[in-house]
Write a protein that binds this ligand. Structure first.
Ligand SMILES: *Cc1c(COP(=O)(O)O)cnc(C)c1O
Length: 362
């Protein structure tokens, strides 16, 4: 890293406006954010500044053409400091997303260094309650002002943070999922494996239809055969069939989830029969009918593990594991959260621990 990150702190903290018993998800933002700008062929002026509105011109190309990428990771309150979960893996994925969207890459050290500083400066914003966390949202977008469809030559990199409640206030609760063969999320050669705005805008219409029918999320199928399972909303998806833990492979159309990777790693260590393979919606319904579909759950940073209790496809609907949390989903949730809060040994080097100076802790 060739430039130091400068720090200008706020003189008017908003911390006292936050009710930590009613956080919700991503609704309020901590006092500070990281900013760095790309101009004249280089990233420069990395700084921590007060969280604030940013003026933009109507011609801003991000608004028109969506040349933008983001990340989502979490920091946890832990004894004597803060545990950031797998920041290196998130940084690598952000760089991969940048590459796909023609956004100039940055030195990875800025990512971890900026997060270290943010969690130190906004330490008091990190919720103390077990299950709650500081959600970290890096965002990079074009700040070019022109109407031609082409790569911008100016960008802004921001990292904001948001204190969030646990996804499920009363423990894990199963969701209802609707598989769609009408809409698709991504196709091979497209942008499905990048965390970029267009993928999410494109998913809203199908999600709206699912909600109208009483389902929480859409299960996406492949764009060519409308048959092979891809992922759910902003989560990767797992099935436990006949004691085989199955998840679709990373073939370029789904997001390479960090939680997905953590589950695969733990499952293999626990001696489970783990497969990254194609799985069709027909296979899932057949397994549900012959009684071999034991569990189905989503994985993602926000919820960690999200059990699926009900699955619909066309006129077929199945209830999974009596609409209850299965023992395997629960075991992954318990293990990953225990590592995140520093209650269990971190045998994989997943935790980046940030010490907080004793005068701050006092
Ligand atoms: C972010 C995301 C995931 C989950 O990734 P994690 O790294 O586990 O949070 C899965 N699918 C999509 C589409 C996503 O945007």
């Amino acid at each position: 890293m060739n430039q130091r990150i400068t720090v200008s702190k706020t003189t008017a903290s908003r911390l006292d406006t936050v009710d930590f018993n009613r956080l919700g998800f991503g609704l309020q933002f901590s006092d500070h954010m990281f900013q760095m700008v790309y101009e004249d062929g280089r990233w420069h002026s990395p700084e921590i500044i007060p969280y604030q509105p940013i003026p933009h011109e109507p011609a801003n190309t991000t608004l028109h053409y969506g040349q933008t990428v983001f990340e989502g990771l979490k920091a946890f309150y832990a004894k004597s400091g803060v545990n950031v979960f797998r920041p290196d893996k998130h940084a690598t994925r952000l760089l991969n997303s940048c590459e796909r969207m023609c956004i100039p890459v940055f030195e990875k050290e800025y990512f971890t260094e900026a997060i270290d500083l943010l969690v130190q400066i906004d330490y008091d914003w990190i919720p103390r309650q077990r299950g709650h966390a500081l959600y970290i949202r890096p965002l990079i977008y074009s700040i070019g002002n022109f109407l031609g469809v082409k790569e911008s030559d100016t960008y802004r990199f921001l990292i904001m943070t948001s204190p969030v409640a646990s996804y499920y206030e009363e423990g894990l609760s199963p969701v209802k999922i609707l598989a769609t063969d009408k809409y698709v999320r991504a196709v091979k050669g497209g942008t499905g494996s990048a965390k970029t705005a267009g993928n999410y805008a494109a998913s809203l219409y199908a999600a709206r239809e699912a909600k109208k029918m009483g389902y929480t999320q859409v299960l996406w199928l492949d764009a060519i055969h409308h048959e092979y399972i891809e992922e759910v909303g902003t989560m990767n998806i797992f099935f436990l069939i006949n004691d085989e833990l199955v998840t679709p492979p990373l073939s370029g159309t789904i997001l390479p989830g960090v939680t997905r990777d953590s589950v695969l790693t733990l499952g293999r260590e626990w001696g489970m029969n783990v497969s990254e393979r194609e799985i069709s919606i027909k296979e899932v319904f057949a397994a549900a009918k012959d009684g071999t579909l034991q569990e189905m759950f989503g994985t993602g940073t926000a919820a960690v593990i999200s059990p699926v209790g009900k699955l619909r496809y066309r006129d077929d609907e199945v209830i999974i594991n009596n609409f209850e949390i299965g023992p395997v989903a629960q075991k992954f949730y318990d293990e990953i959260t225990a590592i995140q809060y520093g209650e269990k040994e971190d045998a994989h080097g997943w935790i980046h621990h940030v010490e907080i100076a004793s005068e701050v802790l006092a």
